[in-house]
Write a protein that binds this ligand. Structure first.
Ligand code: FES
Ligand SMILES: [Fe+2]
Length: 401
């Protein structure tokens, strides 16, 4: 029935107030375990950069959704990834970080079981063959691996590049023109936030908080100062459809080209961007639940989310630049990093105040207002991943910060 439609017609917004997720879901340890199992261990998550495994026989090991994972580059250049756990008695195979194997073998440092880079067990060190043991039944356990934009994504539940494209291709398509795999890491900012991971994504998915929380950002992106993300969020947007001023269009303020102190871009624009990409000033790709990526005219910023517990998460922001850009005369890295670090700090503080209240909420659930349509879509996505109903999909595929 049309009357049951949660979304308004004719503009981006909820047709009626909706209940938020149960308040207990933001602090209950059992719910956290449930979400890790149903969502985080079954999603494509960013793991490292392809440049961390530059050629055959290189590897990168690290933690992902509470699991120990190793990715390797096989002879011939293909990538593979496994649980970084020996099938003998479960020792860690490779220490965390990147490195190069002496031979194309993963050798357990405990009793020297050796696996080829397809994960097959090929030797058992000094252990003799014994009745009831079959090498073929003890390969390293594989995980799904895919690449996008120079990132290696892992899915603990398995999956191929085609599966990755089916899951996230459309969400990341807005960044298709950015030469992401050629860019280099210029700066990393890591912080822990005392909030549940869902609080971060809810905050990301609305701009009602922008006027009160982000004064500088609202100056740079005037439409945010109206508490909305894009032109079509205004129920009355058609009567302003011809207005080109940033306050209506959603573009950066006049004279600004990028997220930076002063709004000025540095160096040549990144190659391959369209006029629309440049005019927009910022373009988002979102790969729930692990990362969002923002393309600017002169740099790219990626922000990853790592749950650390029911009420704690890590946020890692990485700035990417073309090779050599940092060495150009007059280039000021801090001018671009400072701005977004300030915004991230404001968001982190907002998330923590939300968490402190939620952790002792005297009600079952909060309420979503008209502008929080993407928060609602996110909640539907969470519920669908937990096996409770259908995902609503992103209403407009356009978020705020
Ligand atoms: S645990 Fe790996 S060889 Fe024993
Ligand atoms: Fe924000």
């Amino acid at each position: 029935m049309a009357g049951d439609q949660p979304f308004a017609s004719g503009f981006n917004g909820l047709a009626r107030a909706q209940a938020s997720l149960p308040a207990a879901w933001y602090s209950d340890p059992d719910q956290y375990v449930r979400e890790m199992a149903a969502i985080w261990t079954r999603s494509w998550l960013p793991f490292c950069r392809t440049g961390d495994l530059p050629d055959d026989g290189t590897y990168h090991a690290g933690e992902l959704a509470g699991r120990n994972i190793v990715a390797v580059r096989k002879p011939g250049g293909d990538l593979a990834a496994f649980h970084n756990v020996c099938r003998h008695r479960g020792a860690e195979m490779c220490a965390a970080g990147s490195g190069r194997l002496q031979r194309p073998l993963l050798v357990c440092p405990y009793h020297a079981w050796a696996y080829d880079l397809a994960g097959r067990l090929v030797a058992t060190g000094p252990a003799r063959a014994v009745e009831g043991f079959d090498r073929a039944r003890h390969p390293l356990l594989p995980v799904g691996i895919a690449t996008w934009g120079g990132f290696i994504f892992i899915n603990l539940a398995g999956g191929s590049q085609a599966d990755f494209e089916a899951a996230l291709g459309a969400e990341l398509a807005p960044l298709a023109n950015w030469p992401l795999d050629t860019l280099e890491v210029a700066h990393v900012d890591t912080r822990e936030i005392a909030c549940n991971w869902k609080v971060f994504w809810e905050n990301f998915n609305e701009c009602l908080h922008c006027p009160g929380i982000h004064p500088d950002l609202c100056d740079l992106v005037p439409i945010y100062g109206r508490g909305i993300m894009v032109r079509e969020d205004d129920p009355d947007w058609r009567s302003h459809a011809g207005e080109t001023a940033p306050r209506w269009s959603g573009a950066l303020r006049d004279g600004a080209a990028t997220w930076a102190d002063g709004g000025l871009a540095q160096g040549q624009p990144l190659p391959g961007l369209s006029e629309a990409d440049v005019a927009r000033g910022h373009t988002y790709g979102v790969a729930l639940p692990g990362i969002f990526v923002v393309g600017h005219v002169d740099y790219v910023r990626a922000v990853t989310v790592t749950p650390l517990g029911p009420q704690r998460m890590r946020l890692t922001a990485t700035w990417f630049l073309p090779p050599g850009r940092r060495d150009e005369p007059g280039f000021d890295l801090e001018r671009i990093t400072r701005f977004a670090i300030r915004v991230l700090g404001e968001d982190a503080a907002a998330c923590e105040l939300n968490q402190r209240g939620l952790a002792s909420a005297p009600f079952e659930a909060g309420t979503l207002m008209q502008e929080e349509y993407e928060v609602y879509a996110f909640h539907r996505w969470v519920r669908a991943r937990l096996g409770e109903g259908e995902a609503a999909g992103s209403r407009a595929g356009r978020r705020a910060r």
